[in-house]
Design a protein around this ligand. Sequence first.
Ligand code: FES
Ligand code: MG
Length: 571
Amino acid sequence: MEEQQLRSAGWFGRTGKDGFIYRAWMKKQGIPSYEFSGKPVIGICNTWSELTPCNSHFRQLAEFVKKGVLEAGGFPVEFPVMSLGETLMKPTAMLYRNLASMDVEESIRANPLDGVVLLCGCDKTTPSLVMGACSVNLPTIVVSGGPMLTGRHKGKSISTSDLWRFSEEVRSGHMTNEQMMLAEAGMCRSDGHCAVMGTASTMACMVESLGLSLPHNAAIPAPDAARKVLAQLSGIEIVNMVKKNLKLSDILTREAFENAIKINAAIGGSTNFVLHLLAIAGRIGVPLSIEDFDRFSQGIPLIANLQPSGLYFMEDFYYAGGLPVVIKELLPQLHNDCITVNGKTIKENFEGVECYNGDVITSVEKPFNTTSGIVVLKGNICEEGAVLKPSAASIRLMQHTGKAVVFEDIDDYKHKINDEELDVDENSVLILKNVGPKGYPGMPEVGNMGLPAKLLAKGVTDMVRISDGRMSGTGFGTVVLHVSPEAAAGGTLAIIQDGDEITLDVEKRLLQVHLSDEEIARRKQSKNVQVTMAERGYVYLYQTHVEQAHLGADLDFLKGSSGSEVTRDSH
Ligand code: FES
Ligand code: MG
């Protein structure tokens, strides 16, 4: 070991009253004195919760991390942080991403830790933990919980993406509610996060692409024994990282972010990737803009055939060789010398891997789709940007002009969408306002709003939809999301009225309402944008400080890092 003073020595290496206090209470857990004699102290940051079912196997996973830490001569200490369950939390788990990140940041900094293992799974648990850890910048490794096994229902494979289809089938009268309920037990039949390339899988791929995890972290299914092995190996690796003082900022370079954007394009990753990667870059201090997502996606084809952009499931992805195969295939277009947690470059990690199933992962030469990635639109509706995922959209709607059908907020939408009298046809453009960060608040996943019931009954399956909200990574459709500035922040979206003509032109990256600047200014002046502000508590803090979507929707005062040093003692 290098002659480097461990951070934890500032607690456990002390003499006198302070050292006594720092050690004595820890000893009540049955810890012998030699554990405090200069071993790297490794925090295992656990998002286990029965309210986050995707992470409910994490207590067991943590045991395997501990085995690895002990084996490598470290001292493991597990601690809980706020856990964000995507499915249960109202009004949306996204509202709490920044809060959880604060919990993670302060828990790491305040405690005698030399390195950290982040146990991440369900959508928001990954970005919140990585964001918080970046604001401290210790040696850090991510262990994801892994995807669930593929769902099975009536002899067929099903997943979260089918949920959206089932729901439309019920509304169009092609399925009964009872039939839909039968699919519930078959869809989620093991530990793990959503089984397609939704946001959780996108996030797991993001950390592997950035070099923050060991290879294969993204795709090994949660119940697979290899996931436990990966956890144990990560426990060993974090001790090495502490010895080498390999910190997050050494790995998270501008080049690593560019690689992650390209890899996300090739796998058809979620639009939520944009928000979370921007927020992470903001914490570690790497300049990254929303335009970078479009720029670096260019020329990257879709080579992973995974739902919702393709056919297969995360389990199939792993059996085909997983993310390492995608990275290997893209190596000629990536920065090859980006360092990863194991001290090796991405080239060293991935150049030798093999693909086992060409139906699931193909080559750059023969892609599943030449369009991929995330398109960033600009125009008078979204001066700061909006996003669209072309691989999940309909080609015939990529260039489309239609009349706006406006919903002022989510309640207005729910009230009107099934109304037979609603003046809407398949060429209309559905506009949903006030589902942005500040307006909802928290930017929920309602952007892929269900289509009007009467059009569903006619067999319409997609329409252009525009909002300042988000979409589930498992969702699909010609859906324009993250419109910035949002309606509640005085964006042009707020003044769009029924019947206004809207043009979406993906090739030109254009999203426009056909109104003169004068008319827009006139309407903005006469429109009194009202935001219902929380009067107290975290939601008040959030609404007061949240940044717009094109900046990553972090709280303005959380940007950057405060380092790991704490100079004062507690007694
Ligand atoms: Fe947790 Fe999809 S709900 S990953
Ligand atoms: Mg989600």
